[in-house]
Design a protein around this ligand. Structure first.
Ligand code: NAD
Length: 498
């Protein structure tokens, strides 16, 4: 059986690891590989390689960095099919869905291809007599990324192209559930001309994460995953003086007003709730049906949910694949059962679904729950599976109140034909990313991605301009070149400009 190794200093390496974890094919439930789980000594080895590489990469020219990014971008295009199939085989999502995350991640590389434009500093001439001032940004050193299972290529791509293009070196600790694609990304970077040690991959679990958080040679940590772990990472890493960006979980609401095109809204809601089996941080998990929209919306959603085809990720014609583990499958089924016990109406029940020929797979069908209230567990918990809860609200004010009372604030959307309601919604919701008739409002790479409240711990969104700021620190230089050796009197008073 294949053992997935770390990538350290430009080569696949078993390093000192002895522990492994199984990597399953979620469509069959079978173990298809093992992944090494790093010990702290492996993190030390990778951090040392990254630290050594920083000595030269930190001083590489912008032209060299951009050349590597352009070449890397071309390789991501050329290998798209291979990457998508690798992701689908370990994650379970549809191959075309995996292509989608590759494209969205590649857009961050495209942003990094123009890093020279973004990294321009400022200059002010003659701020005082014979004195000029300029500012520029420098890399931090070794940066680390700790990433979740649900976007095994896109989420790391939110981090490392920006880190590397701004002159840092990088250590990635991807999810141990679908680790293979990170090794292929490392090979593509090497083929693109990235020097050894600039990009490293260390596989592992909490042991590896803790070693990263405590490592004195690591300057910054980017984390994306569930909120409790985001909070832990933020606390631990800031305690050792690191810069941290930590994105957490979500409970994304989409509000449907009575003036919306209900068929359009229901189609988009169904795709946004059940695409990737609901395992997206921007998945819609709550539909808020306002006023007289409710009955018709539930009826249309029910019809569209019944039309969803569930199957393995590489089977053409399927809409939705399995969830990531058997435990996730059971968690989803329990959430639906508890919702029914607590008074929700089960419009579509995905429990107990089997896919012929894939009886051992981690499949659970889409579930649609009506009459959900804010007190029910299915509303309060992040289910992270194919479950759409419908909450009924009297008007837009009640819908906004519900969203703002929710501890999460990642994404939200409003379906309406009215500009006034749309404008009020986008200004009043306490959520970081807002869609108007767009159910999954993931910002483009030249903006930054990040939620509010428990969906982002700390204050730094990811990629785009905020990603550049996060991975660099500013320096301001004040210089004087007196003309003709003209002497400048030194003053004991605090210097002011003359
Ligand atoms: P997770 O929090 O379980 O794992 C994320 C990473 O942390 C993994 O690399 C894992 O190995 C590590 N980890 C897990 N438990 C740990 C612990 N106790 N101590 C230290 N490290 C630990 O998340 P997941 O299940 O892989 O991914 C799903 C979660 O990620 C969902 O909550 C989802 O909303 C969230 N997510 C958020 C965003 C966002 O942009 N806000 C994007 C994608 C996923």
């Amino acid at each position: 059986m294949n053992t997935i190794e770390h990538w350290i200093d430009g080569a696949r390496t078993p390093a000192g690891s002895v522990r492994t974890a199984p990597v399953h094919d979620p469509a069959t439930g079978r173990r298809q590989a093992s992944v090494l789980l790093a010990e702290p000594s492996d993190v030390d080895t990778a951090a040392a390689a990254a630290g050594k590489a920083f000595e030269s990469w930190g001083n590489s020219s912008l032209s060299q960095r951009m050349r590597v990014m352009f070449a890397f971008r071309e390789l991501l295009v050329r290998h798209e099919d291979e990457l998508a199939r690798l992701i689908s085989a370990e994650h379970g999502k549809m191959v075309d869905d995996a292509r989608g995350e590759i494209v969205r991640g590649r857009e961050v590389v495209e942003y990094a291809c123009g890093i020279a434009e973004v990294l321009k500093g400022g200059f002010s001439g003659q701020v005082s007599r014979d004195v000029d001032l300029h500012s520029f940004r420098q890399p931090l050193g070794v940066c680390a990324g700790i990433t979740p299972f649900n976007f095994p290529i896109m989420v790391p791509l939110w981090m490392h192209p920006i880190a590397i293009a701004t002159g840092n070196t990088f250590l990635l600790k991807p999810s141990e559930r679908d680790p293979s694609v990170s090794g292929l990304v490392a090979e593509l970077y090497a083929e693109a001309g990235l020097p050894d040690g600039v990009f490293n991959v260390v596989h592992g679990d909490k042991t590896a994460v803790d070693a990263i958080l405590r490592h004195p040679g690591i300057a910054a940590v980017s984390f994306v995953g569930s909120t409790p772990v985001a909070r832990y990472v933020h606390e631990q890493a800031t305690a050792t003086g690191k810069r941290v960006q930590a994105l957490g979980g979500a409970k994304n609401h989409a509000v449907v007003l009575p003036d919306a095109d209900l068929d359009f809204a229901a189609s988009h809601l169904t795709a946004a709730a059940f695409g990737s089996a609901g395992q997206r941080c921007m998945a819609v998990s709550v539909a808020v049906a306002v006023g007289e929209a409710a009955d018709a919306l539930v009826e249309t959603l029910g019809r569209k949910t019944a039309e969803i085809t569930v199957g393995p990720g590489d089977r053409p014609g399927s809409d939705m694949g399995p969830v990531i583990t058997r435990a996730a499958c059971e968690r989803v089924a329990q959430a639906v059962g508890r919702a029914a016990e607590q008074g929700a109406t089960v419009v579509a029940d995905g429990r107990g679904l089997t896919v012929p020929g894939h009886e051992g797979g981690f499949f659970v069908g889409p579930s649609l729950l009506d009459h959900v209230t804010a007190e029910m567990d299915v509303y309060r918990d992040e289910v992270f599976g194919p479950v759409l809860a419908i909450v009924r609200a009297a008007d837009l004010d009640e819908a906004i109140g519900l969203i703002n009372a929710n501890p999460y604030g990642n994404g939200t959307a409003l379906f309406t034909a009215g500009g006034e309601a749309a404008r009020r919604f986008q200004r009043e919701v306490t959520v970081g990313m807002v869609g108007v008739n767009v159910p999954v409002p993931v910002p483009m790479s030249y903006y930054s991605f990040g939620g509010w409240k428990d969906s982002l711990i700390g204050d730094s969104p990811i990629h785009g301009p905020e990603g550049v700021r996060f991975h660099t620190r500013a320096k301001v230089v004040t210089s004087r070149w007196p003309r003709g050796g003209r002497s400048v009197e030194a003053a004991f008073n605090f210097p002011t400009s003359s």
